[in-house]
Design a protein around this ligand. Structure first.
Ligand code: AMP
Ligand code: MG
Length: 496
């Protein structure tokens, strides 16, 4: 192994007490092959793309070799899954190789997902089928391009082995990067065992790694709770404004850093309907689009509960501080969401009148089932001084229903009250309203091509297209189009 080129690991989580993780090497695979590496991300992380694509790099990305400085572990966590408490989950099939410090000076986890069984695997095989690996790669990178905080995908490999789900499938391993993999469920794991010392150790670690400002506060743990609540409120507001449905908002899938993680049965909504659910395992619609903000608060209440002993020596005061922070979530979420929505419509910020305008638009969209993404994109085009943009307008593939005309007039009048020029307005809108999202039928299509025909070209093409979601080109209309009735994917399967 060329010591020079491999990532420079700088591990801190392994310095935490033994009960935070299990030392666990990845389980080697038979015949790994590289599918893709993310060169731009490698550069940001200060990792050599040439090393990643080298034979040594491949062996590390497949879990067959341990790079120098890597101290592989599986982390411990608990969580509420669909509302049900599970005191011990942990990384059942993911192995944290170590941490790297990016060129931005920030610390990042480098993890292999699908790297074999760990002490937390319970009944699972520790593996990941290729389909979900490709899905996570596509959607996480699409989210990053949409400027949503998210885990990233550095690389994907095939294993040359089969994994058994409802049928045998090719196996894959994803190299996942995020600011850390600490979840609400990590706090719950220790709180659930009344291990207050560990809760405090973890809280101190998190303050140091993610929220140093909280450390300066008079009540650092209250400040930590508030900071996490602020980031989660912002994150979920961003999901909502893009029509993104996470699908498995269990407390073990919510990162303390406020990044999106665990792209399982997730999807972007095509036709707008607030009750949209995709996940085949979400029978009650717990994680439906419209429920996401409320579930976010429910999850954060569990974080607050786990932190309770640290919030104040006086139990009543601790409960009061927790309650206040949890109550504040609603206002934080709404302010961020309505501001984003107002800006999507060309306004400077939200106020009472444009909040009503947003609600009226959503009601019209719901009644007519218009495509969420294209509605906002088309409005962006119509907001400009020259009206539709010749040639590269989504008008060729989508137009607003006639029933929107009265609303559009009201909107135009509201826009005229704004200080910005129509050119500035349009620029703002085109930069906030993507033409391309990771549409479910497109994701399915590339997975089918990969699994059924071994053809990865459609996967690469989709990722390349989604890397610039705000630049519409008529020749790529296919990637912007809503699904035809035959293409609609009604359920996404966890089957991971
Ligand atoms: P997820 O649905 O990916 O968020 O996983 C929920 C829990 O199940 C986590 O503790 C995972 O590590 C574990 N898990 C999921 N799939 C597998 C698998 N194939 N083998 C072992 N553990 C798994
Ligand atoms: Mg998970």
């Amino acid at each position: 192994m060329t010591q020079l080129d491999s990532p420079r690991f700088d591990n801190s989580y392994t310095a935490l007490p033994e009960r935070f993780y299990a030392r666990q090497k990845p389980t080697p695979v038979q015949a790994p092959e590289l599918i893709r590496i993310n060169r731009a991300l490698a550069t940001q992380l200060g990792i050599s793309a040439d090393w990643l694509t080298s034979p040594e790099g491949l062996q590390v990305l497949a879990g067959n070799e341990i790079a120098p400085g890597s101290m592989p572990i599986a982390t411990a966590y608990a969580g509420h899954q669909f509302g049900n408490w599970n005191p011990r989950l942990g990384d059942g099939r993911a192995v944290l190789l170590g941490e790297v410090v990016g060129v931005d000076g920030q610390r990042y986890d480098m993890q292999l997902k699908g790297a074999g069984r760990t002490p937390f695997a319970r009944g699972g095989d520790g593996r990941a089928p290729l389909g979900p690996v490709l899905r996570e790669y596509i959607v996480s990178e699409a989210m990053a391009a949409l400027e949503v905080p998210t885990s990233r995908s550095l690389a994907a490999v095939t294993t040359g082995e089969q994994v058994m789900r409802d049928r045998p499938q090719p196996g894959g391993i994803l190299t996942r990067i995020c600011s850390s993999h600490i979840r609400i469920g990590t706090f719950q794991y220790f709180a659930g065992m009344d291990d207050i010392e560990a809760v405090q150790t973890l809280a101190d670690y998190v303050i140091n790694r993610h929220y140093p400002e909280a450390g300066e506060s008079e009540r650092p743990y209250v400040a930590l709770l508030q900071a996490v609540i602020g980031r989660q409120a912002t994150l979920i507001a961003q999901w909502q404004q893009l029509g993104f449905i996470h699908g498995v908002m269990n407390t073990d899938n919510m990162l303390i850093s406020g990044e999106t993680i665990d792209y399982g049965p997730c999807a972007f909504m095509d036709a707008y309907h607030p009750e949209t659910v995709f996940s085949s395992i979400d029978r009650g619609g717990r994680y439906a689009y419209i429920n996401q903000p409320g579930i976010g608060q429910w999850n954060l209440a569990w974080l607050a509960r786990a932190l309770l002993p640290l919030l104040d020596k006086d139990e009543d005061l601790a409960v009061q501080a927790a309650q206040q922070a949890i109550d504040d979530y609603v206002g934080l979420y709404q302010a961020t969401y309505y501001d984003l929505m107002a800006r999507k419509l060309g306004m400077a910020a939200s106020d009472e009148s444009n909040t009503a305008l947003i609600e009226e638009l959503l009601e019209l969209m719901k009644e007519s089932g218009t495509d969420y993404t294209l509605t906002f994109r088309r409005l962006s085009e119509l907001a400009g001084p020259q009206g539709p943009i010749e040639g590269d307008s989504v008008a060729d593939i989508f137009d607003l229903p006639a029933s929107f005309a009265p609303w559009q007039e009201k909107w135009q009048r509201a826009l005229e009250q704004q200080p910005a020029s129509s050119a500035e307005r349009q620029k703002q809108m085109l930069a906030l309203n993507p033409a391309y999202i990771a549409r479910n039928h497109l994701v399915e299509e590339v997975i089918r091509a990969a699994e059924d025909e071994g053809d990865l070209q459609p996967f690469h093409a989709l990722i390349d297209r989604l890397a610039s979601p705000f630049d519409y080109h008529a020749q790529d209309a296919r990637y912007a189009m809503p699904p035809t009735p035959e293409q609609v994917v009604r359920a996404t399967f966890c089957g991971t």
